[in-house]
Design a binder for this molecule. Structure first.
Ligand code: SF4
Length: 81
């Protein structure tokens, strides 16, 4: 599967940061599955880290990441599929 075909591009395009420094991929997963904390880890390290690699690989297999399933009731991309 190519990047053009993935069900959601946020893992490649977006980042959400709270006022306390928590980093997430979207507003739906920021509280349930943050990818890290800017007070402890620089953003490039989080963006290229193992959590993000696994998240992107799930999408490239044509799946949603496990973190997405936790918020399926909120995410419009998941409700479309
Ligand atoms: S929860 Fe939805 S918006 Fe967030 S990364 Fe997963 S599919 Fe994309």
């Amino acid at each position: 599967m190519t990047l053009d075909e993935v069900k959601c591009k946020f893992p490649w395009t977006d980042v959400v940061i709270t006022e306390r420094g928590a980093v997430g991929i979207c507003c739906y997963t920021i509280t349930t599955s943050p990818i890290g904390d800017l007070n402890k880890t620089p953003l490039p390290e989080l963006w290229n880290g193992e959590k993000m690699k696994a998240w992107r690989q799930a999408f490239l297999r044509g799946e949603f990441a496990p973190e997405c399933h936790q918020v399926a009731h909120l995410c419009p991309f998941m409700q479309k599929h």
